[in-house]
Design a protein around this ligand. Structure first.
Ligand code: DC
Length: 220
Protein backbone atom coordinates (compact mmCIF):
# COMPACT_ATOMS: atom_id res chain seq x y z
CA UNK A 1 0.00 0.00 0.00
CA UNK A 2 1.20 3.47 -0.81
CA UNK A 3 1.53 5.36 2.48
CA UNK A 4 0.42 8.98 2.34
CA UNK A 5 2.64 11.24 4.50
CA UNK A 6 1.20 13.29 7.36
CA UNK A 7 2.64 16.20 9.34
CA UNK A 8 0.76 16.64 12.64
CA UNK A 9 0.95 20.03 14.34
CA UNK A 10 -0.64 20.26 17.78
CA UNK A 11 -0.63 23.05 20.31
CA UNK A 12 -2.66 25.44 22.46
CA UNK A 13 -5.09 28.19 21.39
CA UNK A 14 -3.64 31.18 19.55
CA UNK A 15 -0.20 29.61 19.20
CA UNK A 16 -0.23 30.35 15.48
CA UNK A 17 -0.24 26.67 14.56
CA UNK A 18 -3.03 27.15 12.00
CA UNK A 19 -1.05 29.79 10.10
CA UNK A 20 2.12 27.69 10.20
CA UNK A 21 0.30 24.47 9.20
CA UNK A 22 -1.45 26.13 6.27
CA UNK A 23 1.79 27.63 4.95
CA UNK A 24 3.71 24.37 5.30
CA UNK A 25 0.91 22.62 3.38
CA UNK A 26 1.06 25.23 0.63
CA UNK A 27 4.84 24.95 0.20
CA UNK A 28 4.68 21.14 0.00
CA UNK A 29 1.50 21.09 -2.13
CA UNK A 30 -0.20 19.02 0.60
CA UNK A 31 -3.81 19.05 1.76
CA UNK A 32 -4.59 20.90 4.99
CA UNK A 33 -6.91 19.89 7.84
CA UNK A 34 -7.98 22.50 10.41
CA UNK A 35 -9.49 20.04 12.90
CA UNK A 36 -10.53 22.83 15.28
CA UNK A 37 -12.89 24.03 12.53
CA UNK A 38 -14.72 20.68 12.71
CA UNK A 39 -15.34 21.11 16.46
CA UNK A 40 -16.47 24.65 15.79
CA UNK A 41 -18.85 23.41 13.06
CA UNK A 42 -20.36 20.85 15.41
CA UNK A 43 -20.79 23.59 18.03
CA UNK A 44 -22.46 25.90 15.51
CA UNK A 45 -24.75 23.09 14.31
CA UNK A 46 -25.70 22.36 17.96
CA UNK A 47 -26.37 26.03 18.73
CA UNK A 48 -28.54 26.35 15.64
CA UNK A 49 -30.44 23.15 16.40
CA UNK A 50 -31.08 24.42 19.92
CA UNK A 51 -29.27 21.35 21.29
CA UNK A 52 -27.70 21.41 24.74
CA UNK A 53 -23.90 21.27 24.11
CA UNK A 54 -23.67 18.76 26.99
CA UNK A 55 -26.22 16.36 25.43
CA UNK A 56 -23.59 13.88 24.26
CA UNK A 57 -25.80 11.55 22.18
CA UNK A 58 -27.54 14.40 20.38
CA UNK A 59 -24.36 16.36 19.65
CA UNK A 60 -22.58 13.19 18.46
CA UNK A 61 -25.48 12.57 16.09
CA UNK A 62 -25.13 16.12 14.74
CA UNK A 63 -21.37 15.51 14.33
CA UNK A 64 -21.99 12.34 12.32
CA UNK A 65 -24.57 14.05 10.11
CA UNK A 66 -22.51 17.22 9.57
CA UNK A 67 -22.89 18.36 5.96
CA UNK A 68 -19.65 20.27 5.50
CA UNK A 69 -17.58 21.33 2.53
CA UNK A 70 -14.11 22.91 2.54
CA UNK A 71 -13.58 24.81 -0.69
CA UNK A 72 -10.99 27.43 -1.72
CA UNK A 73 -10.34 28.50 1.86
CA UNK A 74 -14.06 28.81 2.69
CA UNK A 75 -16.13 26.50 4.91
CA UNK A 76 -19.75 25.60 4.11
CA UNK A 77 -22.29 24.07 6.47
CA UNK A 78 -25.34 22.68 4.64
CA UNK A 79 -24.40 24.91 1.70
CA UNK A 80 -24.09 28.12 3.75
CA UNK A 81 -20.74 29.93 4.03
CA UNK A 82 -19.96 29.87 7.78
CA UNK A 83 -16.22 30.69 7.56
CA UNK A 84 -16.62 33.79 9.74
CA UNK A 85 -19.55 32.55 11.85
CA UNK A 86 -17.51 29.67 13.34
CA UNK A 87 -14.86 32.13 14.61
CA UNK A 88 -17.34 33.91 16.90
CA UNK A 89 -16.41 33.77 20.57
CA UNK A 90 -19.62 31.98 21.63
CA UNK A 91 -18.95 29.27 19.03
CA UNK A 92 -15.39 28.87 20.39
CA UNK A 93 -16.71 28.43 23.91
CA UNK A 94 -19.33 25.88 22.76
CA UNK A 95 -16.62 24.11 20.70
CA UNK A 96 -14.46 23.56 23.75
CA UNK A 97 -17.47 22.03 25.53
CA UNK A 98 -18.49 19.66 22.71
CA UNK A 99 -14.80 18.73 22.23
CA UNK A 100 -14.77 17.28 25.76
CA UNK A 101 -17.43 14.68 24.84
CA UNK A 102 -15.91 11.28 23.90
CA UNK A 103 -18.79 10.33 21.54
CA UNK A 104 -18.32 13.57 19.61
CA UNK A 105 -14.56 12.98 19.23
CA UNK A 106 -15.29 9.43 18.07
CA UNK A 107 -17.87 10.69 15.55
CA UNK A 108 -15.27 13.02 13.98
CA UNK A 109 -12.44 10.49 13.81
CA UNK A 110 -13.13 8.95 10.41
CA UNK A 111 -14.04 12.28 8.88
CA UNK A 112 -10.64 13.65 9.89
CA UNK A 113 -8.81 10.59 8.56
CA UNK A 114 -10.47 10.99 5.16
CA UNK A 115 -8.43 14.18 4.67
CA UNK A 116 -5.36 11.99 4.29
CA UNK A 117 -5.06 12.11 0.53
CA UNK A 118 -2.13 12.13 -1.90
CA UNK A 119 0.32 13.74 -2.08
CA UNK A 120 0.14 14.37 1.70
CA UNK A 121 -1.57 16.12 4.60
CA UNK A 122 -0.70 18.75 7.18
CA UNK A 123 -3.17 18.55 10.08
CA UNK A 124 -3.42 20.93 13.02
CA UNK A 125 -5.29 20.61 16.31
CA UNK A 126 -4.83 19.15 19.78
CA UNK A 127 -4.70 15.41 19.17
CA UNK A 128 -3.47 15.03 15.59
CA UNK A 129 -0.28 13.23 16.65
CA UNK A 130 -1.65 11.49 19.75
CA UNK A 131 -4.98 10.09 18.45
CA UNK A 132 -5.99 10.83 14.86
CA UNK A 133 -2.71 10.28 12.98
CA UNK A 134 -0.59 8.30 15.43
CA UNK A 135 1.65 7.16 12.57
CA UNK A 136 2.34 10.72 11.35
CA UNK A 137 5.75 11.13 9.72
CA UNK A 138 6.45 14.29 11.69
CA UNK A 139 4.79 15.44 14.93
CA UNK A 140 5.24 18.98 16.13
CA UNK A 141 4.06 20.54 19.37
CA UNK A 142 3.86 24.22 18.55
CA UNK A 143 3.48 26.59 21.45
CA UNK A 144 4.36 30.07 22.75
CA UNK A 145 4.10 31.83 26.10
CA UNK A 146 0.63 32.97 27.19
CA UNK A 147 1.83 36.59 26.91
CA UNK A 148 3.01 36.14 23.32
CA UNK A 149 -0.23 34.39 22.35
CA UNK A 150 -2.34 37.10 24.00
CA UNK A 151 -0.37 39.74 22.08
CA UNK A 152 -0.96 37.94 18.77
CA UNK A 153 -4.67 37.56 19.36
CA UNK A 154 -4.88 41.19 20.46
CA UNK A 155 -3.23 42.30 17.22
CA UNK A 156 -5.58 40.12 15.13
CA UNK A 157 -8.65 41.56 16.88
CA UNK A 158 -7.40 45.13 16.51
CA UNK A 159 -6.89 44.56 12.78
CA UNK A 160 -10.50 43.46 12.54
CA UNK A 161 -11.61 46.50 14.56
CA UNK A 162 -12.80 44.33 17.46
CA UNK A 163 -12.14 45.89 20.89
CA UNK A 164 -10.15 43.71 23.30
CA UNK A 165 -7.95 43.87 26.39
CA UNK A 166 -4.59 42.10 26.73
CA UNK A 167 -5.38 41.37 30.37
CA UNK A 168 -8.65 39.60 29.57
CA UNK A 169 -7.14 37.75 26.63
CA UNK A 170 -4.29 36.41 28.83
CA UNK A 171 -6.77 35.33 31.49
CA UNK A 172 -8.98 33.56 28.91
CA UNK A 173 -5.99 31.77 27.37
CA UNK A 174 -4.84 30.59 30.83
CA UNK A 175 -8.33 29.22 31.53
CA UNK A 176 -8.63 27.57 28.13
CA UNK A 177 -5.17 25.95 28.40
CA UNK A 178 -6.12 24.54 31.79
CA UNK A 179 -9.42 23.18 30.47
CA UNK A 180 -7.88 21.66 27.32
CA UNK A 181 -5.07 20.03 29.32
CA UNK A 182 -7.31 18.73 32.12
CA UNK A 183 -10.07 17.04 30.11
CA UNK A 184 -10.28 13.25 30.29
CA UNK A 185 -10.28 12.56 26.54
CA UNK A 186 -7.45 13.62 24.25
CA UNK A 187 -6.05 16.27 26.60
CA UNK A 188 -3.63 18.78 25.16
CA UNK A 189 -0.08 17.72 25.92
CA UNK A 190 3.22 17.29 24.18
CA UNK A 191 3.71 13.64 23.23
CA UNK A 192 7.15 12.09 23.74
CA UNK A 193 7.54 11.64 19.98
CA UNK A 194 6.60 15.25 19.11
CA UNK A 195 9.21 17.93 18.51
CA UNK A 196 8.80 21.11 20.50
CA UNK A 197 8.60 24.34 18.54
CA UNK A 198 8.42 27.30 20.91
CA UNK A 199 7.54 30.34 18.81
CA UNK A 200 7.54 32.90 21.66
CA UNK A 201 10.43 34.77 20.03
CA UNK A 202 9.95 33.52 16.50
CA UNK A 203 8.18 34.91 13.45
CA UNK A 204 5.92 32.87 11.18
CA UNK A 205 8.59 32.47 8.45
CA UNK A 206 11.07 31.02 10.89
CA UNK A 207 8.50 28.58 12.32
CA UNK A 208 7.46 27.45 8.82
CA UNK A 209 11.09 26.95 7.80
CA UNK A 210 11.83 24.90 10.91
CA UNK A 211 8.93 22.51 10.23
CA UNK A 212 9.99 22.19 6.58
CA UNK A 213 13.61 21.55 7.60
CA UNK A 214 12.55 18.79 10.02
CA UNK A 215 10.36 17.20 7.38
CA UNK A 216 13.00 17.32 4.64
CA UNK A 217 15.55 15.88 7.08
CA UNK A 218 13.27 12.91 7.70
CA UNK A 219 12.73 12.32 4.02
CA UNK A 220 16.37 12.59 2.96
O1 DC B 1 -8.15 25.45 17.44
P1 DC B 1 -9.54 26.00 17.69
O2 DC B 1 -9.56 27.13 18.69
O3 DC B 1 -10.26 26.34 16.42
O4 DC B 1 -10.35 24.78 18.35
C1 DC B 1 -11.68 24.91 18.79
C2 DC B 1 -11.93 23.98 19.97
O5 DC B 1 -11.86 22.61 19.55
C3 DC B 1 -10.93 24.14 21.11
O6 DC B 1 -11.63 24.34 22.33
C4 DC B 1 -10.20 22.82 21.21
C5 DC B 1 -11.01 21.86 20.40
N1 DC B 1 -10.20 20.98 19.57
C6 DC B 1 -9.97 19.71 20.01
O7 DC B 1 -10.40 19.35 21.11
N2 DC B 1 -9.26 18.82 19.24
C7 DC B 1 -8.74 19.21 18.06
N3 DC B 1 -8.05 18.33 17.32
C8 DC B 1 -8.94 20.54 17.60
C9 DC B 1 -9.67 21.40 18.38
Amino acid sequence: MNRIPVIAIDGPSASGKGTVAERVARVLGFHYLDSGALYRLVALAALRAGADPEDEARVAELARALDVRFESGRIYLAGEDVTDAIRAEEVGVAASRVAALPAVREALLERQRRFRQAPGLVADGRDMGSVVFTDADLKVFLTASVEARAQRRYKQLMEKGIPASIHNLSRDLHERDARDAARAVAPLRQMPDARLLDTTDMGVDEAVNQVLAWYRDLKS
